[in-house]
Design a protein around this ligand. Structure first.
Ligand SMILES: Nc1nc2c(c(=O)[nH]1)N[C@H]1C(S)=C(S)[C@@H](COP(=O)(O)OP(=O)(O)OC[C@H]3O[C@@H](n4cnc5c(N)ncnc54)[C@H](O)[C@@H]3O)O[C@H]1N2
Ligand code: MOO
Length: 407
């Protein structure tokens, strides 16, 4: 007699993530850092900028020399010299003096602001008229205004976006220490599943899950390692899982996660060395027959065979585990608020993840549910995202504000 599901809540399942170790770390060139997770804090070794920098073309001045200046009553300033780009000026600015400066030039000592060229008029080579006053600090960047010396500028666990790459560049960091991308083994199971290059015979289906899951793994910042299709055979699945265990940091097995006569995944996972079945069944839909085992400190997942179910389970459950082992520290998940376009019902006792399409009309964003069986691809092709209908909710009414998880 097969064991039936002992369903756990999504929150209970997600708590297991912290029990899996991070991948090791590696040093990579700056050009490869996009999307990678920083493995250690980075502390600045200089002020940024480390000189006062003009942000406008004009004249460096003491702000006090311009106070009260107007079109009717201009201030007159002596031109002390010109600042050359990329060089420190060898003079300082006193009261009643100014220096020609370009955007990005070093504000000379004694000056504390820059007046825009538009607000001045050169009378001759030595004197300008100033028609506006400037405030101290105006049109220039102070030393350390961007980042201070010895400040933590980037933290361990942070995902590196183009702007963080720019910051590393600004501090001359040519390499960065990041967490290694985990290798995620992917196994498809089922006698009816054939490789995509084959024409499926009667009752057969092409292997879609290998490809959707590989793409999802890549999107999550990891490396997919495809182990192909395994027939519904205990020994073959055991053999393939043992191979995947030695070559991967995590393994996704799709199909055979349910309780049918041919569903060997749970038996094989139980028989692997140092294995502990943590989860067999999650109170979510789609995705109830999901298995999680800890095998030699690695997560082995049995995902439902249905294409949409496998994708939803990946997005809601597996992805946070990958992000955890990748070392991602603080994730800012942005969900898009929208109004539900119609009533949606849901069973109590499970959290439903409903595919929705986003439609904007007259400045209002609406989430339109796309209902359909989890074995149908078209529902997820049309969808922009998912909404969650909580475990204790019987459904949501039209016009309820929902937060869409973008797919
Ligand atoms: N008595 C019960 N039966 C089922 C239950 C249940 O609670 N009690 N749950 C149902 C749900 S929900 C799902 S989801 C499926 C999951 O079953 P399995 O994980 O065992 O998946 P399979 O039976 O192997 O396959 C389901 C479906 O997906 C197709 N498939 C499988 N692999 C692929 C692939 N790589 N590419 C494309 N399509 C694939 C497979 O042919 C089946 O049609 O169990 C229900 N049953
Ligand atoms: O949970 Mo199944 O995963 O609904 O289709």
């Amino acid at each position: 007699m097969k064991e039936f599901f002992k369903v756990k809540s999504l929150d209970q399942v997600l708590e297991y993530a912290s029990g899996f170790p991070h991948t090791g770390t590696e040093e990579i060139p700056l050009s490869d850092t996009l999307g990678r997770i920083l493995a250690k804090d980075i502390v600045s070794d200089v002020d940024l900028p480390d000189f006062m920098r003009a942000t406008m073309d004009g004249y460096a001045v003491r702000a006090s020399s311009t106070f009260g200046a107007s079109e009717a009553n201009p201030a007159y300033l002596n031109i002390r010299g010109a600042v050359y780009m990329g060089q420190s000026p060898d003079f300082s600015i006193g009261p009643g003096e100014c220096a020609r400066i370009s955007t990005g030039g070093m504000v000379p000592p004694g000056a504390d602001s820059v007046i825009m060229i538009e607000h001045t008029e050169a009378m001759d080579d030595t004197t300008i008229e100033v028609f506006r006053s400037v405030a101290p600090g105006q049109h220039m960047i102070e030393i350390g205004e961007d980042f201070k010396n010895e400040e933590i500028i980037l933290s361990r666990g942070q995902k590196l976006r183009p702007q963080e790459t720019g910051l590393l560049a600004a501090f001359g960091k040519q390499r960065a220490e990041v967490f290694k991308k985990p290798v995620i083994g992917i196994i498809s199971t089922g006698d009816e599943v054939v490789p995509i290059e084959k024409s499926p015979g009667s009752g057969q289906i092409r292997d879609i899950n290998t490809h959707t899951l590989s793409a999802l793994v890549r999107e999550a910042g990891a490396i997919p390692l495809v182990f192909g299709i395994v027939q519904d055979d205990y020994d073959m699945l055991f053999e393939k899982c043992s191979q995947a265990l030695s070559q991967s940091d995590m393994v996704l097995i799709s199909g055979g996660s349910s309780v049918g006569v041919r569903d060997f995944t749970i038996e094989v996972l139980s028989a692997l060395p140092e294995s502990d079945i943590l989860v067999h069944g999650i109170s979510i839909s789609p995705g109830k027959p999901t298995i999680l085992a800890k095998v030699r400190n690695k997560a082995f997942w049995g995902l439902p065979g249905h294409v949409v179910s496998a994708m939803v389970v990946f997005s809601i459950v597996v992805r946070p585990f990958i992000e955890h082992i990748c070392g991602l520290g603080h994730k800012k998940e942005i969900r898009v608020p929208a109004l539900l376009s119609r009533n949606v019902s849901s069973a109590q006792g499970r959290a439903d993840y409903v595919r929705v399409r986003l439609i904007e009309k007259d400045g209002v964003l609406r989430a339109e549910p796309i209902l359909g069986k989890s074995g149908l691809l078209n529902t997820i092709i049309k969808a922009d995202g998912l909404i969650e209908i909580g475990i204790n909710t019987e459904g949501l009414d039209k016009d309820t504000k929902v937060f869409v998880i973008i797919l």
